[in-house]
Design a protein around this ligand. Structure first.
Ligand SMILES: NC(=O)c1ccc[n+]([C@@H]2O[C@H](COP(=O)([O-])OP(=O)(O)OC[C@H]3O[C@@H](n4cnc5c(N)ncnc54)[C@H](O)[C@@H]3O)[C@@H](O)[C@H]2O)c1
Length: 252
């Protein structure tokens, strides 16, 4: 197993990419700490993992609140003694993203990432190392749609990843990020309500001819979390079905 006995915190793990990552990490032997503000879905996921012979706890912490993050780290260490892996995945609700509401986007996706990273680093320094994975977006790399605040925050997550990676390489803490393309999750529900064909309409932009599923990102996070990625830090892993590679519809 690729994460045997590793302790992994995943923020925003009750749904979508975070949920798939929690399930995948548990399959590979990790002790999973599910963090989310959705209490019902978070608790349900922990039960699902335990029922399948995995190890998990649910901690309902809001990553934008430093006191909650402290509690998340304390409970993790009380249960499992250490922190080996952190996946910063949480995102505020889609309405804020669509309306360019800077504060909630910054508070959850950027400050939340910073709160969790700093707290986990303190524990990882005591353990002799660890792996942190930040979920950014293709919006950090190319101009897309009209969601400027989200794009700017995800760009900041990429820069933050690199800056923290160079600061903590000597602590044996690897810090990488993933830039997913369109992944079919709850985040897209408001757009699906407006246009039920939205996923089909997106296909022409994807050289692989499909959009992504949460497991596509969970598998990438598994690689970065595992010892197979021992020489990777500060990297930006683009998992986007080819979206940012070029222009599939260029008319020549
Ligand atoms: N789905 C995509 O197309 C896509 C593409 C690129 C990047 N991403 C990124 O992937 C990550 C996960 O997105 P998803 O599509 O799985 O979304 P999702 O909505 O399915 O999951 C986000 C989770 O975060 C939780 N959350 C919200 N606020 C929180 C807080 N303050 N503290 C803790 N948890 C909180 C939500 O309850 C939810 O369970 C996000 O960072 C998103 O920006 C998604």
């Amino acid at each position: 197993m690729r994460l045997e006995n590793k302790v992994a915190i995943i923020t925003g793990a009750a749904s979508g990419i975070g949920k798939a990552t929690a399930l995948r990490f548990a399959e590979e032997g990790a002790k999973v700490v599910i963090d989310d503000i959705n209490v019902e879905a978070g608790a349900q996921l922990a039960t699902e993992i335990i029922d399948n012979d995995g190890t998990a706890i649910f901690v309902p912490a809001d990553v934008s609140a430093p006191g909650h993050v402290e509690q998340l780290m304390t409970e993790t260490q009380l249960h499992f003694g250490t922190i080996d892996i952190l996946v910063n995945n949480a995102l505020c609700n889609t309405a804020h993203v669509l309306e360019n509401n800077w504060d909630p986007i910054i508070d959850v996706a950027l400050r939340g990432t910073d709160h969790c990273t700093k707290a986990a680093i303190t524990a990882m320094q005591q353990n002799g190392g660890g792996s942190i994975i930040n979920i950014a977006s293709v919006n950090a790399l190319i101009g897309l749609q009209s969601i400027h605040a989200y794009s700017a925050v995800k760009g900041a997550v990429v820069a933050y990843t690199k800056s923290m990676a160079v600061s903590h390489g000597r602590d044996n803490i690897r810090i990488n990020c993933i830039c997913p393309g369109t992944i079919q999750t709850e985040v897209w529900m408001p757009m699906v309500e407006r246009n039920p064909n939205i996923f089909d309409d997106l296909l022409p932009w994807y050289p692989l001819g499909r959009i992504g599923q949460p497991i596509d990102i969970a598998n990438a996070a598994l690689f970065l979390a595992s010892d197979e990625a021992a020489f990777a830090t500060g990297s930006v892993l683009v998992i986007d079905g080819g979206l940012t590679a070029g222009l599939p519809q260029f008319p020549i």
